[in-house]
Design a protein around this ligand. Structure first.
Ligand SMILES: Cc1ncc(COP(=O)(O)O)c(C=O)c1O
Ligand SMILES: N[C@@H](CCSC[C@H](N)C(=O)O)C(=O)O
Length: 471
């Protein structure tokens, strides 16, 4: 595969002039035409990822270098997500660097006193961050993508679109930090937050106020109970009842590989980039993907104003992480399926949308390409759960998920500890819940470690079976 930068800039300019649009990448497969001296290239513009939509119709720039034939023999389809993950473009790099350089600079010198160049100050924009954002735009097929310092700052930037008197509808099973930020907003601003069961379309519908609802904020699957919201139906009914309201989905659990919430009707999809997108727990990041330009412009204004754009080095790391996203998630999900089956066959109540026993498996699979790699289960006894968690050796006791390493945690003590105990109880979040975030290790090692931990915690068999054994 060749990239645009493999060709002399003058040729790139000529192609761009011919097409009347900026080229981000040029792919080629040399010598696959009958005429061995000619090469056929697929040109990818900023406008599209679809090779078939480009019709350069036989551009002959030079017999020895670039000939752009109409690519009839190339697949008339969009590139797959795994391909899009690795195809990072960096147009205009004078050295054709294979990996996007880190522009570790706060400011950019200008050649004019009255006109700014493409970049002036890293809070407003930085080439490394821009490369990451355009990469995400192609991957997530959105009008604009933004990368910010954390998942929480992504939500913070979005929530700043709300005005005094607005109402927000959110789930009653959701990440603890999200609950904390919503509670803060509710307590300090004149904004009402309704927490409803987002597995019920009727419950969401009942909470809508045609004039006041500003956001419907969904997690699907939820963290940590893996409940599913019908994003399609909810988006349609919210837009119908409340044309000014925005449907926002925290898609961290699925990542852009398994689900595209904008395609399902949402207006904004955001992620904790700290999780699957990065994949290695070596950075914090947030991603906001926006469907419409008007909303995107406002979000950019907020990000620039508050200064939460992702730093150049972290942008570089995230760009690198995304290249292996598809591969990592495939393995993580395979492992998760086996772990979920093992736990269920051992008698535990397991929450995982890939299991037939999950009441919303069908709905989930109608929206997503897989069940992901996070699951949770209950043991019936808090201290037993604690013993299991502490007995694991391969599974690390840690908050977060999406890392290549497998993690085990107790949400009520850890990721969701910021939700007051009485609220957790009212929302039926079990104290004994164990959450597993499955990594890429050998499945035998994950299973063995978990089995040993269950054995040592004397909970390999759930209470009912165990009683029978003892009797
Ligand atoms: C579902 C979900 N959304 C958002 C966040 C916030 O992301 P971050 O930790 O990157 O701020 C988290 C975890 O922290 C999460 O689990
Ligand atoms: N101490 C942190 C806990 C972060 S939880 C991270 C992640 N979202 C998860 O679900 O594990 C805090 O108070 O935010």
């Amino acid at each position: 595969m060749r990239q645009l930068n493999d060709f002399p800039i003058s040729k790139v300019d000529a192609i761009e002039n011919f097409l009347g649009q900026e080229c981000t990448q040029l792919w080629g497969e040399g010598n696959h035409h009958k005429n061995k001296e000619r090469e056929s290239y697929v040109l990818m513009s900023n406008e599209t990822m679809t090779p078939s939509s480009l019709s350069p119709s036989s551009v002959t720039l030079s017999d020895s270098a670039v000939v752009l034939d109409t690519p009839q023999d190339l697949p008339q389809r969009e590139f797959g997500l795994a391909t899009r993950c690795v195809l990072v473009s960096n147009p205009g790099d004078p050295y054709a660097a294979a990996s996007v350089p880190i522009y570790q600079t706060a400011t950019f010198k200008q050649s004019s006193a009255c006109e700014m160049g493409a970049f002036d100050y890293t809070r407003s924009g930085n080439p490394t961050r821009s490369a990451l954002e355009s990469h995400l735009e192609k991957l997530m097929k959105c009008e604009r993508a933004f990368v910010v310092s954390t998942g929480m700052s992504a939500l913070d930037a979005i929530l700043r679109l709300a005005r005094s008197g607005d109402e927000i509808i959110a789930g009653d099973d959701l990440y603890g930090g999200t609950n904390r930020l919503l509670t803060y907003i509710k307590q300090t601003l004149d904004i009402t937050v309704h927490h409803v069961d987002t597995t019920s379309v009727a419950a969401v519908q009942a909470a809508i106020h045609p004039q006041k609802t500003k956001f419907v904020l969904l997690e699907s699957p939820t963290n940590p109970m893996l409940k599913i919201a019908d994003i399609r139906t909810i988006s349609a009914l919210v837009h119908e009842a409340c044309p000014d309201a925005l449907v926002i989905v925290d898609n961290t659990m699925m990542s852009p590989i398994l689900m595209n919430c904008l395609d399902l009707g949402a207006d904004i999809e955001y992620h904790s980039g700290t999780k699957y997108l990065s994949g290695h727990h070596d950075l914090m990041a947030g991603v906001i993907a926006v469907k419409e330009k008007a909303v995107a412009d406002r979000i950019y204004f907020i990000i620039n104003s508050i200064g939460c754009g992702l730093a150049p080095f972290d942008s570089y790391l995230l760009l690198r992480g995304i290249k292996t996203l598809s591969l990592r998630l495939e393995r993580q999900q395979q492992n998760a399926e086996k772990i979920a089956e093992f736990l269920e066959s051992s008698g535990f109540t397991v929450y995982y949308p890939g299991l037939d026993s999950h009441p919303q498996k069908k709905l989930h699979m109608s929206m997503a390409k897989g069940a992901g790699a996070v699951l949770s289960f209950v043991t019936g006894d808090v201290s037993k759960s604690e013993r299991i968690v502490e007995a694991c050796k391969v599974w690390g006791i840690s908050v977060s998920f999406g890392c290549v390493n497998s993690l085990i945690s107790m949400p009520c003590n850890m990721s969701h500890a910021s939700i007051p105990a009485e609220v957790r109880k009212a929302r039926a979040l079990p104290d004994d819940l164990i959450r597993l975030c499955v990594g890429i290790e050998d499945i035998e090692d994950l299973l063995d470690d978990l089995k040993a931990a269950l054995d040592s915690a004397e909970s390999f068999y759930p209470a009912s079976k165990k009683k029978k054994t003892i009797a």
